[in-house]
Structure formats: structure tokens, C-alpha cells
Design a protein around this ligand. Sequence first.
Ligand SMILES: [Fe+2]
Length: 232
Amino acid sequence: MDDMQAAPATARLTDRPDWLYLLREFEALYRFGSAGGSTLIRAHRKRVRDALSRIIAGNAEIDDRAAEDKPVTAHLSRALDLGERGAMQGMARALREVRAGLTWEYGYEKVPKTLAQRYAYCEIAGPLGPVRASELILGFVLFAPNTTYPQHSHHEIEESYISIAGAWSENDAAVHAPGSLILNKPGDEHRITTGQTDPCLLAYAWVGSHERLAAPAMKLTATRKARRLQGI
Ligand SMILES: [Fe+2]
């Protein structure tokens, strides 16, 4: 770089209002939603919103990342349409405003072939950006209709999903509708299935140490059942 040229100023949240408003949607969800009487969920919600308040109050840095699609993002418009009709309409609208700048990823070194067509996630905030955060990752995961996301767990990371659009089930335990929050404690094994006709869009939050969030080492659990589901 030319010595005489000043380095470009790092963008901050207030320079990117659409991203700030998206974070405010997350903040509202984790501040005003119910914990359903669960002490664990209440504590998780507080951890998320405390970290989020620090990100917003500190006017965090935001990277201009290269946008990237994956095959499943062909379902994003439909997922946002559905989201805008339901309980999570504010979040769906705020996500639509930043969609052109989203980086959709797989996260796994080896993605099973069928899953590569039907799943991807994008991060909104975290140690790797785009909004710089140290103890929290926020993002969205998108599934095509009729998808099985094989069994996995997260080491030293506490995870919540909030349904934005579509119907889905975790561990065959219930059907979750837009607005539902599901907590997966560190190490909890979970497997997701989505409804037959509509895509499914979930917002997620991960809380953990900075080191763990910077290198979460995502791995699918290699049970016999999981191997069969992945077709390997
Ligand atoms: Fe998970």
C-alpha cells in the first residue's frame, strides 16, 4: 500500500444501519420473549442479551465480507416470505434488508452430499464477523423442505434456535412453529428434520468462550444411525 494513503476507516455498526436494526431484532427477541418458566433458558437468554448489549453499546466493527450463496439459498426468498407472514415478521424483514451481503457457509470440512444441497448457515456476529463479537455468535441456518440435519452436538457451546419460518422437529420430540425457542446445552446431541413442503429458517445464538467460538470444530456425530442418514 502507498505509505501516503490512509488506511480505510473500519466500518462500525452505526455506519451500517440495516445490520444494527437486525441486531436489535435479536436483542428484542432475547429480552422480551418468555423463558417458559425454565431457569436454564432464562439464564441463557440473559447471557445472549448481555453480550449483545455490549456489542451494540460498543458500536462494534463490521467487516464487508464477500457475499456467497449455496444451493439452499434458492429457498431463501420463500422462507422470508413465510417469515414475514408470521410471528417473526420483524426478524424476517430485517434479514431481507441485508440478504445481498450474507456469506452462506457449510462449516464442516466434509459435508455429506445430500446436505450440501439442502443446508447452509450465515453468521451475523461473532469472533470472525461480520459484526465483531467475542463471546457470542448470532446467525441463521436455512434448510430446504424435507431435510434431515444429522445428529451433532457442540463442545463447550450453548446453543439456542429460534424458529423464523417453517416447521421443524428436533430429536423427534415436538414440532416447532415460528417464535419457538429451543435450547441445546453443551454436548446435547440433536438431530433436526424439516417439514415436507416449506423451507425452514432458524435464527441461532451460540454462547461460549472466545477461543471456542473462534474455532468451534463442527463435527457430525458418527453414530450408525447418523451414518445411515447421511448415506455414507
Ligand atoms: Fe446445533
